[in-house]
Ligand binder design. Structure first.
Ligand code: ADP
Ligand code: MG
Length: 357
């Protein structure tokens, strides 16, 4: 049985529909990320689940029971926000123990549990530190320990790493997932950052204008984004219109780059002659200098127009057919020495091509 069941929940503020008919479930121990652009209703949905807002329609159920008449503080849920609201006048230990004291835990029980949580978040021995003497990352871990201490049935996190710089955020993402998995807590995690969602989520719920437009495991979403917005948000840049020119056996699609072999998968409902969107994986393309005879048969000839350094790989922009193709090439691969102005041979294998409606 799913732990959390949200069914057809809507909420408007005056004339602004913030959340529209959202349904989702979270199984015990599942980490669900709400992902979508700013203003798409993620925080409002979280507040509806927490009971801080009342839905106009729809229901929120937990372990099979409706939460309609259950006040927020009686739901047994934990919350962690970007502005952590740690208590500056309390030391780390008192902060982490706050929820336990509210629950009426004995001092002995509080000490035991706080020690356990500080160890879990990697802050062993930090108990007597003042919170304003901690780094941003340490504070965030105190806030996490505090929200986990009362053993919430559901933990809700709203952009918890949003105020940190990128390096720190990236190092904390992996730790956060490990900690949440170690505890086994069911969590709803709000972010607008797809890389963060990829690291944290078991399931990504993608929202736009208050509605869920796609949900699934990160790999599944990345493999088959259902719309241009999802594809773009997940970082895909080669998205162009095309027409399905062969719909059986080996699928073919015609686009500005020519006719491409698109493997064997056609999205449901798409038939011969349909307008589609063609996605080309920038890492799945092979680029080599165009050297006359050595060019493979299935390749196309284009011109490199820009090259950008991206650490372990380089990004090449190539003018090909009537459009521009972005490719990521390995620093030591065949495309390593291609410079702007060079003629290149480009192979777009079927595995790199996806079709969406
Ligand atoms: P997100 O968290 O995805 O950025 P929000 O849930 O905060 O989005 O907001 C969704 C929409 O609802 C926005 O248009 C926002 O302006 C509006 N909204 C949110 N909270 C309120 C409120 N208390 N009063 C009026 N409008 C609100
Ligand atoms: Mg928000």
């Amino acid at each position: 049985m799913p732990t959390l069941e949200v069914e057809g929940v809507s909420k408007s503020f005056g004339l602004v529909p913030a959340v529209r008919g959202v349904s989702l479930v979270a199984a015990p121990g599942e980490l669900v990320c709400l992902l979508g652009p700013s203003g798409c209703g993620k925080s409002t949905l979280l507040r509806l689940i927490a009971g801080l807002e009342t839905p106009d329609t729809g229901s929120v159920r937990f372990d099979g029971k409706s939460l309609k008449d259950v006040a927020p503080h009686l739901r047994g849920f934990g919350l962690m926000f970007q502005d952590l609201a740690l208590f500056p006048h309390m030391d780390v230990r008192r902060n982490v123990g706050f929820g336990l004291r509210m629950q009426g835990a004995s001092p002995k029980e509080e000490t035991r549990r706080v020690d356990e949580l500080l160890a879990l978040v990697g802050l062993d021995g930090y108990g007597s530190r003042k919170v304003d003497e901690l780094s941003g990352g340490e504070r965030q871990r105190v806030a996490l320990a505090r929200s986990l201490a009362p053993a919430p049935k559901l933990l809700m996190l709203d952009e918890p790493l949003g105020s940190l710089d990128r390096v720190l955020r990236e190092s904390l993402q992996g730790q956060l997932r490990s900690i949440l998995k170690a505890v086994g807590v069911t969590a709803i995690y709000v972010t607008h950052d797809k890389d963060e969602a990829f690291v944290i989520a078991d399931t990504i719920v993608f929202m736009e204008h208050g509605s869920v437009i796609q949900k699934g495991a990160p790999e599944a979403l990345f493999r088959t984004p259902g719309s241009e917005l999802v594809a773009r948000t997940l970082g895909m840049r080669n998205i162009l219109p095309g027409i399905l020119t062969k719909a059986e056996g080996t699928v073919e699609v015609s686009c500005a780059f020519g006719t491409l072999n698109a493997g064997e998968a056609v999205p449901p409902g798409v038939v011969l002659g349909d307008d589609v969107l063609v996605l080309i994986d920038e890492r799945g393309v092979t680029v080599t200098p165009a050297l006359g005879d050595a060019v493979p048969l299935e390749s196309m000839v284009g011109t490199a127009i820009a090259r950008g350094f991206r650490g372990g790989e380089s990004e090449l922009r190539i003018r090909l057919g009537g459009s521009e193709l972005v490719c990521a090439v390995a620093q030591r691969g065949a495309g390593a020495n291609v410079q702007p102005g060079d003629e290149v041979s480009v192979v777009i294998p079927a595995e790199a091509v996806r079709i969406i409606r």
